[in-house]
Design a protein around this ligand. Structure first.
Ligand SMILES: *Cc1c(COP(=O)(O)O)cnc(C)c1O
Length: 390
């Protein structure tokens, strides 16, 4: 990724002069323009559309650089975190099968994203759940008990969706390596946050390809990479592993068919837009956003901790926070927040609430905290709203 913002090649309407620190109309204009320009493209065949192949390669290389992918590593873009995880689990399944494992297992903390269970469901694998420790991280001692010869891959979240905390990546990767299994680090939300937090001097435990034993990383450009939906990256430490991701078929009358993802024909627009956003923001653009986001997160976290009876779950590293309470029915608190126009997610374990902060929250953090304090002090009975992700 360029270090600094480059002037966008995609549009004349946008100039860095129109950039505002919040609201980001510059970014929105760029995204609309890039999407429009590539609306009719097809990213299926890189030989027919070399321009798209080149853009994809740059997005993969830039993302690889952020997470310290070794020289001989490889990867592709996919349609999202789920597809990145599916492709990575497929690679691990194929490698385990090559070692003679009949029913390859995915060892994953109960806080891991449902996409791992979806992969198991699709690919005839099995998820072995690992309980959490008191900090809501994968419990390493419990993981050690279940990792064995039939383990295809061990999952570590950096960071997890439900509590925003880092699993002990180095310990889990070491356990995986001992068994010759893969270690997939789920950087779907963390992938475009942690590298910048580290550069800004925050305390980020080791989690990327610098950690021995980490074989795979997924990182979603369509979350904290700020592009529109349909863009994620899956990376493999070793290019050989990438070979298992590609489906090849030549027993039809139209010649060799190759595809690295679930979809055949792939829309070009998400790919090109991800490229446009990354090259427009550059490392400096992301640093600016993450600096702002980290300050807002610290303010919200302090504000929540300052409300008597609320407790942050574990030690969240980034802009995703959960909190619990022994004193209040937080689902009833969430009802009041709903009535005031907020949309806090409800967590089941522990019963509590969940926030995913973005730069847009900077302008409303004070109001959010004031409304939360009001809701804690003035809630009634819970309306019994169902706890669900979707
Ligand atoms: C969002 C997310 C995923 C799945 O990504 P989609 O883009 O929704 O398919 C996986 N893991 C984590 C931690 C996530 O937050």
């Amino acid at each position: 990724m360029p270090a600094r913002r480059v002037s966008p090649r995609c549009t004349e309407r946008v100039s860095s002069g129109s950039s505002t620190r919040r609201g980001r109309h510059d970014l929105e204009d760029l995204i609309v323009e890039a999407n429009n320009r590539y609306l009719f493209g097809n990213a299926l065949n890189p030989f027919k559309f070399p321009e798209l192949a080149a853009l994809e390669k740059e997005v993969v290389t830039w993302t690889g650089d952020l997470v310290n992918l070794p020289e001989d590593g490889g990867g592709t873009m996919t349609s999202g975190g789920t597809e990145s995880i599916l492709m990575s689990m497929l690679v691990s399944r194929e490698r385990a099968r090559a070692r003679g494992v009949e029913r390859p297992k995915i060892v994953a903390a109960v806080s891991a994203h449902p996409a791992y269970s979806k992969a198991a469901h699709y690919f005839g694998m099995e998820v072995v759940p690992v309980p959490l420790d008191s900090g809501y991280r994968a419990d390493v001692a419990e993981a050690a008990k279940v990792i064995g010869a039939d383990t295809a891959v061990v999952v570590a979240s950096a960071f997890s969706y439900p509590h925003g905390v880092m699993d002990p990546v180095a310990d889990l990767a070491a356990l995986a390596a001992e068994q010759g299994a893969g270690c997939h680090v789920d950087g779907c939300i963390g992938g475009f946050v942690l590298p910048f937090l580290e550069r800004l001097g925050h305390d980020v435990p080791p989690w990327d390809f610098r950690v021995p034993g980490v074989t795979e990383i997924s990182a979603d450009v369509h979350k904290y990479g700020y592009t529109t939906k349909g863009a994620s990256v899956v990376l493999h430490r070793d290019a050989d592993w990438f070979g298992h991701q590609v489906f090849l078929f030549d027993r039809w009358p139209a010649g060799l068919y190759g595809s690295p993802a679930i979809a055949g024909a792939r829309p070009a627009a998400p790919l090109a837009t991800a490229w446009a956003v990354m090259s427009y923001l550059g490392v400096d653009g992301y640093l600016e956003i993450v600096r702002d986001l980290a300050a807002t997160t610290a303010k919200v976290r302090d504000g929540i901790e300052g409300i008597e009876g609320l407790r942050i779950c574990g030690d969240p590293v980034g802009p995703v926070l959960a909190f619990e309470s022994d004193s209040y029915d937080l689902y009833a608190v969430a009802d009041v927040m709903d009535d005031r126009g907020w949309s806090l997610n409800r967590n089941t374990d522990p019963a509590g609430l969940h926030l995913m902060l973005s730069p847009a929250h900077t302008a409303v953090a004070d109001e959010l905290l004031a409304d939360l304090a009001f809701a804690v002090a003035n809630h009634g009975e819970s309306k019994g709203k169902e706890v669900r992700y979707s």
